[in-house]
Design a protein. Structure first.
Length: 442
């Protein structure tokens, strides 16, 4: 029974424990599909995790930012406002350039010297000086006695000369009488002609001796008179070498005739053509006083320094003396020029600048309306200075706003607050009135 059943089962399951190729291929395909499914699922989980993490990170960052903003509050708003509103760096006053007739001056340094001098020497020799009546700096008149020589010996010489004249007169008188006595005897042949000629010769010799004695007397009188040293012209005693008791060997005094001094300046030949005889001159003394004068002459030949010497006569003034080195100006006329205050000029790196204010407008600064502008630096060339104003050779538009002072603290592009617009100038309005010359000169 059992064996028959077992045989029946074998007949009923003919493929049991039998190898089949199609069954194995199906199993491998199912295995690959299952593996790909797991990988896709894992990838999906990772993507969801990353997205979820980024979401929570952004949410946390937003919470922190909100908390920071809430913590800072109004301070954040204030900082933002201060960055957007620029503050002026300086409060300035502005002016406009003025136009006026200014003098065209040529400045130069020169020395003061006498225009004409007189050297005075003693006219007697071998005699000592007895008295000196003047000192250096004294004003003397023509013919005034300056010094006296010792006259005692000179008077003795005059007396001796007078005695010689008297003796010569007596000798001549006797010789003349002898001739008058012997001439009649010649007519009577009482004496020879040779004897008469001898008497006449003696008479002529006596006459010559008398003339010589009289000449000597005159010379002694002149010498006595020359014992007085007198001024040959009016002027100022500029030098005195005379000493009491000394026997002079050279000049005793030097006089500046008329007290007239002149200022000598050496000028570049390229500029001397602007100067003519009669050109006005202003020379400044050491105490600031300005003395007027006029060009008296111009040297036709350049000196060793290749400069042309120009001489200007100056009016007498107690504040100038010969030998001084003074600065002067040649006044070469006038010309209309723009002028600005000296305080507006800014020097930098050897150049001169003006600080201009551009783009002027009204602006709210810290809740208050203010007039502001931007700094623009302008390079200029300066002319002469006239009081507190200086001429500007560079052309500037008439309505240009210029910083009056304090420009050295500003830079190009700075924002400034204008506190007093269009402030008018003082001396610059009429520079021709500044430093008027002293009209007391020649």
């Amino acid at each position: 029974m059992t064996e028959s059943n077992h045989q029946q089962k074998k007949q009923a399951s003919p493929h049991h424990n039998t190898y089949s190729p199609s069954n194995d291929s199906n199993n491998k395909s199912n295995h690959v599909k299952n593996k790909l499914g797991y990988l896709m699922l894992l990838l999906a989980v990772l993507v969801v995790g990353v997205l979820f993490g980024k979401f929570w990170a952004d949410k946390a960052a937003n919470r922190n930012a909100i908390a920071h903003d809430v913590g800072n509050g109004a301070a954040t708003k204030t900082d933002k406002d201060s960055k957007t509103v620029e503050q002026p760096v300086l409060a300035v006053e502005i002016i406009e350039p003025q136009t006026g007739n200014v003098r065209l001056n040529l400045k130069a340094d020169g020395t003061v010297a006498p225009k004409d001098t007189a050297s005075i020497s003693g006219r007697v020799s071998g005699v000592a000086i007895e008295k000196i009546l003047v000192n250096t700096g004294d004003w003397v008149k023509k013919g005034q006695t300056l010094a006296l020589f010792d006259t005692q010996s000179l008077q003795q010489n005059v007396m001796q000369a007078e005695a010689s004249v008297m003796q010569a007169k007596a000798t001549y008188a006797k010789a003349k009488a002898d001739v008058a006595r012997v001439e009649p005897l010649l007519k009577m042949n009482a004496v020879s002609k040779q004897e008469v000629d001898a008497y006449i010769t003696a008479q002529n010799q006596a006459k010559a001796s008398l003339v010589a004695a009289q000449s000597q007397l005159n010379n002694q009188k002149i010498t006595l008179n020359n014992s007085r040293v007198v001024a040959p012209a009016s002027g100022i005693i500029s030098e005195k070498t005379a000493q009491i008791g000394a026997i002079p060997q050279g000049p005793l005094f030097t006089i500046i005739q008329g007290g007239r001094l002149e200022w000598k300046a050496d000028i570049n030949p390229e500029k001397v053509s602007q100067i003519k005889a009669g050109t006005p001159v202003l020379v400044q003394t050491v105490n600031g006083e300005k003395i007027s004068g006029k060009v008296s002459r111009i040297n036709p030949v350049a000196g060793n320094n290749r400069q042309i010497s120009v001489f200007a006569s100056l009016a007498p003034n107690p504040n100038i003396q010969s030998g001084m080195l003074l600065t002067g100006e040649f006044i070469l006329g006038s010309q209309s020029q723009q002028v600005v205050p000296v305080s507006a000029v800014v020097g930098n790196d050897g150049y001169d600048y003006l600080m201009l204010v551009d783009a002027i407008k009204q602006q709210d600064i810290n809740g208050k309306m203010q007039t502001v502008g931007r700094i623009k630096r302008l390079k200029i060339e300066l002319g002469g200075q006239y009081g507190d104003a200086v001429a500007v050779k560079t052309q500037i538009p008439a309505n240009t706003a210029i910083v009056r002072q304090g420009g050295s603290f500003l830079s190009e592009g700075d924002l400034v607050n204008i506190v007093q617009p269009k402030l008018k100038q003082t001396t610059a309005n009429n520079p021709s009135n500044a430093n008027k010359p002293n009209t007391s000169g020649e």
